[in-house]
Structures are given as C-alpha cells and as structure tokens.
Design a protein. Sequence first.
Length: 284
Amino acid sequence: MKKIRFILAFAAMAAVICCAAVFFMRRGGYTVTSGGGKELLIVMYHSVIADSSKSGKYVVTPDTVRDDIMYLKNEGYSFVSAQEVIDYSERGTPLPVKPVMLTFDDGHYNFYSHVMPILEETGAKAVSSVVGSYTDEFSESNIKNTTYGYMRWSEVYDMYLSNRVEVGNHSYDFHSVDKGRNGAQRKKGESKADYKRVFCADTEKAQNRFLSKTGFAPIIYTYPFGAYSEGTTEWLRDMGFKMSLSCTEGINVITNNPDSLFMLKRFNRPSGLTSADFFERCGV
C-alpha cells in the first residue's frame, strides 16, 4: 500500500514539474517542448498606404509596419524567412528563440515603394505574395501607383534579387469572388477531378509566368482569401511547393513533419491598434 501511495505521489509531482516546464518554456523561450517543435508567429499585411485616411481592416500605414517591427525587436523576436523555417523542418537547422515571419499579400505596388525600404532600414525579412493576373495587367499598362497599383514583373524580379524578400504564388486568377468561385475553393457541385484540373492549371499558369518573366518559381503558395478545399496540399506538394499560407489566425508549431509547413496560420494586421495592443491580441 505504501508503495502504491509513493508511486501516485511521484506521478503527481512529475506532472506538476512537466506542466511548469512547459509553462516557463512557453513564456521565456517561445518553444514547444513536446515533439521538439517550434512555435512560429506569422503576421499578415495587405496594402500599405501613407494616407492614414485610407487605413482599414486590410490597409495600414508605413509607420504601422515600422512600429510593429520595432516592437517585435524590442520583445526579443527575430525575423525569419520561409526558407529558414523550411530548413528547420527538413534538416533541423536551428531557428532563433522567438521566430516571426512577416507576410504581405496581393502584390501591391506600395510593398515595393514603402515596405522594402523599411525592411532594409530595420533588417527585417518578409514574404510578398503576388497575384499573376494583376502583375500581367500592370506590366502591360506600366502604371505605378502607390494607392491602387500592383507590382509589375520588373519589381517582382527586384524582390527576387533582394535578400530581404521571398516571393509567393498568390494564384494567377483566383483572387476574386465574382467568377463563381470563392478564391481557390471548390465550386458547389464541381467534381473533385474538375476542381483539381482547374486548381492545378491556375497554379501552374502563375508558376510559368514567374519562370518566363523572372527566371524563378515560388515554393510558397498563399491561398486567396484563405479559401481552399480538400486535396490542394497534396497537389501543391506534387508541383514542388514547400509551404502554404492560410488566413486562419493562430500560432503555428513547426516540426520535422512536412505537414507542419502547410496551411500555416497568420494574424491579419488591421489599422486602429497600437503595436502593443495588436500583438497582445495575438497572444504575444
């Protein structure tokens, strides 16, 4: 009987120690102990416009981006690239104690004009996800506008050459809800075979445009509006992608399982919040 009580007492003490260890690692090291994984915070931005009167849920000012970067630095975060996260998962290459990724969706021209100088100034890194049809349209019109414009292929190539930016595939022409489909999601009544054909054709069209215009093809896929359906992760892997980004909010846990690199969660950054308030809302 004494032996049984001793075993139960020891088990209870071990559980308390284990919980305490996880708690302190979570607060101090931002590391998940179970399975040797690493927690990863990802922030999602869209348009960055200097005129604060245009700010909203998907539009912030350059000062907001700069303030966020400085806040994260002061909190001990290190900006990592998608490739560094992939290397951690595939090869066990160490990540910083508190890694964070910055992502910018849609390929707005103001990323090139406003954000890239901030990245150089602060030493931060980012992923810029480009919609192929938008880039084709603005390359043809040759319009440069920081309010409504999108990057041309020349700017996309400049990003590719930068050591601060990685380029993601944000589809060729799925970034719409007025063509009978919500982003890259399967249509109601559409067979899985037809959906696969349409999804892969759009993705490969964008990849081919990247290759023909810049000489490279992205390994990151960013779902338009975060909309997707079953099967896409497998198809993306078959096309050579190593990572995909969703619009679901939450903290990621990256492990040596390649599945941990797909459908990564991100926190959308709206205007109207200080950096401290926004990141507190993210649980940081």
